[in-house]
Design a protein. Structure first.
Length: 292
């Protein structure tokens, strides 16, 4: 682990203020979940494996379940491996998202997995709130069976943009356009949250397909939670600096090869984009849609 011991000072990078303090040691990739997260509801519907590296959340007729990271982050690359509910998962919503404390001006970035009846594809529902402004939904089918094995879902968040990645393939990129007067999440630390809950009022075909409770419990599995991120500690940030790191994630944009992959996903697997929904926005789509 490289040393990073400077006198605390403010550094402006891409318009963001960061305080660099003494070294912060990132938990290893295989650290036990109980060192990184706290259960916040549905304790009886959670289960950790014997190694402590895999945490399962279940939904039954009584309750769902959820956990949150012990730390709050401001910028980072945050990975989670997830295996979704198998079989008839209609009406269920499994989540992985980052969010600041609730309130009218909160920030939030979402992966939500909307279940379906057996044989039909999951819908990956993404959204982003900046300074309380949301309504930025984009939805995708996945190009693999997300219930058969674990896959990696990533937030790449730095002062320039937020990218959503699936198995290192970008599916969405939200850029910072504060210079155009638009809000961007860069001042409120966010915790990581994961949950499973009953969304049969809207999750599957707009609520037409209800949860089949004879199939419960519905279980989603999480493992290898890997935050490479700046950790909020009171009024300052402590940034991870692994040995040999050059902080590539902090200034990293999508390369041309990444953009080609994202184009492939969006052309073949995107099923909804708020930026093209002129019926929803008859007076014009949100301004970021026109900025690229």
């Amino acid at each position: 682990m490289a040393s990073f011991t400077s006198t605390p000072k403010l550094i402006s990078i891409f318009g963001a203020l960061i305080v660099c303090l003494s070294p912060y040691i990132t938990p290893s990739f295989a650290d036990s979940f109980d060192k990184k997260v706290d259960l916040i509801w549905g304790h009886d519907n959670s289960k950790m494996d014997d190694t402590g590296t895999q945490l399962s959340l279940s939904l039954d007729t009584m309750s769902g379940s959820a956990f949150q990271s012990k730390d709050a982050y401001l910028f980072g690359r945050i990975d989670m491996q997830i295996k979704l509910v198998q079989g008839n998962s209609a009406g269920t919503v499994s989540t992985y998202y980052i969010a600041s404390p609730g309130g009218p001006l909160h920030d939030e970035v979402d992966f939500e997995f909307l279940g379906n009846i057996s044989g039909q594809p999951y819908i990956l529902h993404t959204n982003l709130f900046a300074h309380g402004q949301g309504d930025r939904e984009q939805q995708f089918y996945l190009w693999f069976d997300p219930t058969a094995d674990f896959h990696t879902y990533t937030f790449l968040w730095n002062p320039r943009h937020i990218a959503f990645l699936v198995d290192d393939i970008p599916i969405r990129d939200f850029k910072n356009h504060e210079d155009k007067g638009l809000f961007f999440p860069n001042s409120q630390p966010m915790n990581v949250y994961c949950s499973i809950w009953d969304g049969d009022g809207w999750a599957t075909r707009g609520g037409l397909v209800k949860t089949d409770w004879t199939q419960s419990p519905f279980t989603v599995h999480y493992q290898n939670f890997n935050p490479q991120a700046c950790v909020s500690q009171k009024a300052s940030l402590v940034c991870n600096l692994p040995e040999g790191s050059d902080y590539t994630w902090f200034g990293q944009m999508l390369a041309e090869t990444d953009l080609e992959k994202m184009k492939w996903v969006r052309e073949n697997y995107m099923i909804y984009d708020y930026c093209t929904d002129v019926k929803r926005f008859p007076n014009g789509v949100p301004p970021e849609c026109l900025l690229g």
